[in-house]
Every structure is written in C-alpha cells, then in structure tokens.
Design a binder for this molecule. Structure first.
Ligand SMILES: [Zn+2]
Length: 173
C-alpha cells in the first residue's frame, strides 16, 4: 500500500514501514501539501484530524480518519480496512526512519557499527541502503511481536459489525 501520513502519525508510520508499506511522512507538511502529495503520488492519506479527512474527501482523495489514540488500534483499523497482514516479513520491510527497503547485510560489514554483545549474539542483520541504519531481531523484537499480537486481537474484535461501523466510510471508493 502507498500511504501519506500526517505529522501526528510518526509512530504509525514506522509500524507501517516495518510491515512493508510505502509511507510518505514529513512533520513539516501542511494540509494542502499532504493533499497535493496524496493526489499526485496516488497515496491514501492517513490522518487523525477530522477536518483534514473531510477536506481530502471532498477533493476525491482517498483518506482514512484514524479515530483511536492507541497505536495498535490504529494499526488494527487499517489492517481491517485494507485487509493486510499484521506480520513483519523482513524481505519487504522498509526502514522505519526513511521508508527505503532494507536489505540483508553480512555481519562482517556492519560489525563496527553495532554493540559488541549484539554482534556476538545475533547472526542476521539488515541495513538501510539510504540512511545506513542497521537492524537485527534483538530484545526489542519481542515487544514488536507483542504489539502486533495485540493489534491482531483487535482485528478479530473489529470484524464485528458494531466496531466496523465506527470507522467512517471514505468517499469515492
Ligand atoms: Zn533508512
């Protein structure tokens, strides 16, 4: 999926990128710029601002208003709406920082850039070709899996009609 997220959705942006979605994000973009970019790049606008959602909808831009405050609920809402899996597949993951596809990298190439204990314990590493950030499935991976599990549970609850009706329908789809 191709998204553009408003400045309030930095955390959600990082999650979506890890899940492999192409998410444009800049804290400095104003409403007009967000709508223009969504239009010209064919992106779905994600926003927590109802006014912006309405503006976009009246201009026939695909937009989703994310009502809930909890990050895993936002993720769950999107997973239901666009029917994507809440599972990280590192072959398609994008760098949470800069939206570039990450690539597997051999340990010898990044050994100087990670803590010694990390290079001792972990075998698999990925690198962002653009910002050069190195990733591995370290202790934080458990928390990532936990959050995704919570979101998956919410998806299951959301598939009831009552929950689904609280997500506003977008215009033009
Ligand atoms: Zn990067």
């Amino acid at each position: 999926m191709k998204f553009i997220a408003d400045g309030m959705l930095g955390k959600l942006t990082r999650w979506l990128r890890m899940l492999g979605h192409d998410v444009e994000y800049s804290r400095s973009d104003d409403d007009k710029k967000l709508i223009d970019k969504a239009k010209s790049e064919g992106r779905t606008l994600l926003t927590s601002d109802f006014n912006l959602y309405q503006q976009a909808s009246t201009q026939n831009v695909d937009a989703v208003w994310l009502e809930s405050s909890a990050g895993n609920e936002k993720l769950a809402d999107l997973a239901v709406r666009f029917n994507f899996k809440l599972e990280i597949d590192v072959r398609i993951s994008r760098c949470p920082k800069c939206n570039t596809r990450i690539k597997p990298v051999s340990k010898s190439l990044i050994i100087e850039r990670v803590p010694k204990a990390t290079s001792t314990y972990y075998k698999e590493f990925w690198e962002c070709p653009k910002c050069e950030q190195v990733y591995w499935k370290g202790a934080h991976w458990k928390r990532i899996e936990q959050t995704l599990n919570e979101a998956r549970r919410k998806v299951q609850n959301a598939v009831t009609p009552a929950r689904a009706s609280s997500i506003p329908k977008e215009a033009g789809t």
